[in-house]
Design a binder for this molecule. Structure first.
Ligand SMILES: Cc1cc2nc3c(=O)[nH]c(=O)nc-3n(C[C@H](O)[C@H](O)[C@H](O)COP(=O)(O)OP(=O)(O)OC[C@H]3O[C@@H](n4cnc5c(N)ncnc54)[C@H](O)[C@@H]3O)c2cc1C
Length: 401
């Protein structure tokens, strides 16, 4: 069979590889000049290729269970075996995150590109697919340059809206909608959370390990933990990314509270502050936390607690010390939203998974049509889960079961 695969990102390349290895003739369309442009930018250029803990509980969408058959058809170990087979060595790091041994995302795109060539996949790059139509027993793809290619089956692997500068866009949704499919609302996920800027701006570039709570009034909406990175307009880093989906879908009136001493209780933090003031009464208040937190953050917490940074520690009364301990345990920032699709790593929402068969990735509406990756209503947590979904769903779709 000849299969037309639209989009040479993570899922499309794995679909093309699986199709070719299953004995099909694969034609892979990519609108950008090079394959895997977004892939090359993943993981800050290191590509967090997968996570050894990839399982249904790390995925979201109307029906997260939809990912199960694909993850079973191509689990993490088998994914890494495919990569090993095409020459990519990997290494597992903290939290089950897996990266190429070279620490370079280019190793992933390059090994995939050579593997596709070696398997005889026909690549049509630098040409955007404008239309996908069904006629007779098969499909026809029409491109911007005027080319028309026909095939027996088609796989839409165009990704989602996230990362616009790297190829994110809405073509995949439109192509599938033109064939009768429908989609859910779309939201940016794994994005920077924007907050009132005063404190984050002054802390720009500072990283801190913390626990985060997203609340509205007394209601806890979501929580996460890990690294926070302060930015010009808010808070970024994996811990913030994991809450962005909830921020996107929860409306106004949210507060992001950072616990910057998550391994210590409020009482322990307060006792430590008291001990420090007794041991070093001349120390400026802004320096009290420098043994526990990055210097700039420790000084900023004094300001946040309403304490003069250069006031001697001995001058702080019990109330001031409590405010300082509280600032470290609940550094609360009013939320404005997220940075949006331009910098988001993944799209929450997409083409409805109820319109596809999870065991094959085949459309329930159009015979011979498949979809995989981010274009579908599935998004994963930060940590390699999104790429694993792309590999597994692409692999399953490409087998044309
Ligand atoms: C900055 C950034 C960092 C990330 N880091 C990680 C990470 O470390 N780990 C992780 O798991 N996930 C990461 N992600 C998420 C991950 O990259 C995506 O979830 C994944 O690439 C989705 O794969 P996909 O194949 O569905 O779509 P994509 O990889 O986006 O590929 C879709 C391809 O289709 C092409 N295309 C679209 N429309 C057309 C058309 N009309 N004609 C022809 N071609 C078309 C696009 O140009 C693109 O190349 C990151 C995302 C971003 C933006």
């Amino acid at each position: 069979m000849r299969v037309l695969i639209i989009g040479a990102g993570a899922s499309g390349m794995f679909a093309a590889l699986a199709a070719a290895r299953s004995g099909h003739e694969a034609v892979l369309f990519e609108r950008q000049a090079r394959v895997g442009r977004k892939l090359a930018a993943t993981g800050n250029g290191r590509c967090n290729i997968t996570n050894t803990g990839a399982a249904v509980n790390h995925y979201h969408g109307e029906n997260p269970e939809f990912v199960r058959p694909a993850l079973e058809a191509l689990p993490v170990a088998d994914t890494l075996a495919i990569f090993r087979g095409i020459g990519l060595l990997t290494r597992e790091e903290y939290g089950g995150r897996v990266y190429p041994l070279s620490n370079s995302a280019n190793s992933v795109t390059d090994t995939l590109r050579f593997a596709l060539e070696a398997e005889g996949v026909r690549l049509v790059s630098g040409d955007r697919v404008r239309a996908l139509t069904r006629g007779g027993d098969g499909f026809a793809v029409s491109t911007e340059s005027g080319a028309r290619v026909t095939g027996d089956a088609a796989i839409v692997a165009c990704g989602g809206l996230a990362g616009e500068k790297l190829g994110g866009g809405k073509d995949g949704y439109e192509l599938l909608k033109s064939l009768g499919h429908t989609r859910t609302a779309l939201y940016p996920a794994l994005a920077q959370i924007t907050t009132a800027p005063e404190f984050p701006r002054a802390l720009k570039g500072v990283k801190a390990d913390c626990a985060m709570r997203l609340t509205r009034g007394r209601d806890l909406l979501a929580e996460s933990s890990g690294e926070a990175l302060f930015a010009e307009t808010g808070v970024s880093g994996p811990a913030a990314f994991d809450l962005a989906r909830t921020v996107s879908t929860s409306g106004e009136g949210l507060t992001l509270a950072l616990d910057l001493l998550r391994d210590y209780s409020f009482g322990e933090a307060l006792a430590d502050l008291r001990a420090r003031t007794e041991a070093a009464p001349e120390l400026p208040a802004g320096g009290l936390g420098i043994g526990a937190l990055p210097n700039r953050l420790a000084r900023m917490l004094a300001k946040y607690a309403g304490i003069k940074q250069d006031a001697p520690a001995a001058s702080l009364d019990a109330r001031a010390l409590k405010s300082l301990a509280n600032a470290a345990k609940a550094f609360a920032l009013p939320v404005r939203g997220t940075e949006g699709f331009a910098t988001a790593q993944v799209t929450a929402g997409g083409i409805k998974t109820s319109e596809f068969d999870a065991a094959t990735m085949r459309s329930r509406l159009v015979p011979g049509l498949y979809a995989c990756g981010e274009v579908l209503d599935i998004d994963g947590d930060c940590g390699g889960y999104n790429l694993q979904w792309a590999w597994s769903s692409g692999h399953l779709a490409g087998r044309l079961l």
